[in-house]
Design a protein. Structure first.
Ligand SMILES: NC(=O)C1=CN([C@@H]2O[C@H](COP(=O)(O)OP(=O)(O)OC[C@H]3O[C@@H](n4cnc5c(N)ncnc54)[C@H](OP(=O)(O)O)[C@@H]3O)[C@@H](O)[C@H]2O)C=CC1
Ligand SMILES: O=C1O[C@H](COP(=O)(O)O)[C@@H](O)[C@H](O)[C@H]1O
Length: 467
């Protein structure tokens, strides 16, 4: 931890969309966590940006509120607050608002050699214009720029955005964030496998019958209806987070765990994702969604998606990757499960289909779980499924970081291993194209259920493990 901090140079961190939902839930509390844990450089300034003429003090109040609601407290508030500024009045090519002056002013505090990091926590439709504005106002040179997901909304839009970004920035300045890659348990997907021969040996189609990447949410979209109604579950979660997690599982062993090799292994396997077959996708919308303020009365936006993804590599041919996510469902979970085949020559009959499962809980600090078929202790010979759990927090010396803290720290340190690359993303949009161009009808589901019934059939024979 100390080594990481020492390598970080003085930083001016510009947060676009600073009063938005993501900023208050994730970015600001995570930045504060880095401050509290002494992982930020000695000299830093955080500048919030937005279209309103908000004062520094008003923004500080907003930040404090965000920490109280979504963070772990405000013990070190004074030393945090004094480094916070706000640059209002928007930021466009024609009019940069207050930002250039506020950045110049910040340099007086942190030094002319401070690195500039721009975090674009804005709706994806604005990424191109903000990038152009960074170029137009001399705020791009030498800077690192973090883009939220989704990076693009279709094959064509991705190509245009990628071109526009590379007209202003070198690829090495670009950090496309997918916070699921920053989760402690996600990082353990490759570490567990490459560090343990026992696991590595069974990480293939010969042993794995199906993979489930299941992220049902009880959460609704009331606070971000306008954003959500232009996005939907496919773009918000499926082709972003769930695809990236699928790539983490499916990747071939990288030459090393260094940034370039790890990124390369993840992006290469995405190239083997087969374009989605719409007959293997179920879309849903919860009853009552259209009544939410900010949602169109006739909206057909998907709040639920379940899909079968095929990875055409020798390792995974024939193994379905079952992906599911949705809002206002009956349970919240973030579970990745490798369901193992039954022993081919077992003398035991009637073994359960989900009798051997290695699973990863991506939520919170993360956990690794194993389910195994065992003899139920007792006088009879009955079989049962038992569970072992390893909460990652219980590992000696564990100091888990939230995904956003981990990834922001990586940006400050210039480590791009957990960020996505344009070659993989270009293929993501090709895989998604059949679904985006010709989506199946959205089916209604009741809030508190687990989505449309049709989604259940996709996961046969064992069904969805989270229920
Ligand atoms: N919210 C979440 O849980 C997560 C969100 N994300 C991603 O983060 C990004 C931001 O999401 P979120 O914070 O939810 O979105 P919001 O709808 O809350 O928008 C963020 C801010 O962007 C500004 N904004 C909105 N529309 C425009 C526009 N047309 N032009 C310029 N500025 C605009 C607003 O600030 P102002 O009015 O002050 O200018 C707003 O507060 C998205 O790309 C999303 O996919 C990723 C992971 C989780
Ligand atoms: O990116 C997003 O992720 C969250 C779920 O992630 P979590 O780690 O915050 O639980 C999801 O609710 C949101 O819709 C999506 O934009």
């Amino acid at each position: 931890m100390m080594d990481r901090m020492a390598s970080v140079q003085p930083t001016i961190f510009v947060l676009f969309g600073a009063t938005g939902d993501l900023a208050k839930r994730m970015v600001l509390p995570s930045f504060y966590q880095l401050h509290v844990e002494g992982l930020l450089p000695e000299k830093w300034v955080l500048i919030g940006n937005g279209r309103h003429d908000t004062s520094d003090d008003e923004f500080r109040d907003h930040v404090r509120g965000a920490l109280e609601e979504f963070g772990s407290g405000t013990e070190d508030w004074d030393s945090f607050a004094e480094r916070i500024r706000f640059a209002g009045k928007g930021f466009t090519v024609d009019d940069p608002g207050a930002l250039p002056d506020v950045v110049d002013d910040a340099r007086k505090d942190v030094g002319d050699d401070a690195q500039l990091v721009h975090y674009i926590a804005l709706p994806p439709s604005t990424f191109e214009d903000y990038t152009k504005a960074l170029g137009a106002h001399d705020l791009a040179e030498g800077a690192r720029v973090v883009y939220e997901k989704p990076f693009g909304t279709s094959e064509k839009n991705f190509e245009e955005l990628d071109k526009a970004v590379h007209e202003v920035l070198d690829e090495k300045q670009v950090y496309r964030i997918d916070h699921f890659l920053g989760k402690e348990a996600t990082q353990n997907l490759h570490v567990l496998r490459f560090a343990n021969g026992m696991v590595d040996g069974i990480w293939n189609a010969e042993h794995v019958a199906q993979v489930q990447i299941d992220v049902p949410e009880t959460l609704d979209i009331d606070d971000r209806a306008e954003f959500y109604d232009h996005t939907g579950a496919v773009l918000d979660m499926l082709v972003t987070h769930l695809f990236q997690v699928a790539a983490e599982i499916a990747m071939e062993p990288p030459a090393s765990l260094k940034a370039d090799d790890l990124q390369s292994a993840r992006e290469t396997v995405i190239g083997s994702f087969r374009p989605l077959d719409v007959s293997e996708v179920v879309l849903g919308q919860y009853d009552g969604y259209r009544d939410v303020d900010g949602v169109a009365d006739d909206s057909t936006v998907d709040t639920f998606v379940a899909a079968k993804l095929w990875v055409d590599t020798e390792r995974w041919r024939g193994v379905p990757f079952l992906l599911r996510t949705g809002k206002k469902l009956g349970v919240s979970a973030q579970r990745v499960s490798l369901v193992f085949r039954k022993p081919p020559k077992s003398p035991l009959t009637e073994l359960p289909d989900d009798g051997t499962v290695l699973s990863f809980d991506l939520s919170g600090n993360g956990a690794i779980d194993v389910a195994m078929t065992v003899k139920e202790p007792g006088p009879d010979f009955d079989l049962s499924v038992g569970h072992l759990s390893l909460p990652l927090k219980s590992v000696p010396d564990a100091e888990p970081l939230s995904p956003y803290s981990r990834l922001i720290l990586d940006v400050l340190n210039g480590d791009r291993s957990l960020f996505t690359r344009p070659d993989g993303l270009a293929h993501v949009w090709k895989v998604a194209a059949p679904l985006l161009n010709d989506p199946p009808q959205v089916q209604a589901y009741a809030p508190g259920s687990m989505g449309p019934d049709a989604a259940g059939d996709l996961a046969s024979p064992c069904g969805w493990l989270v229920s």
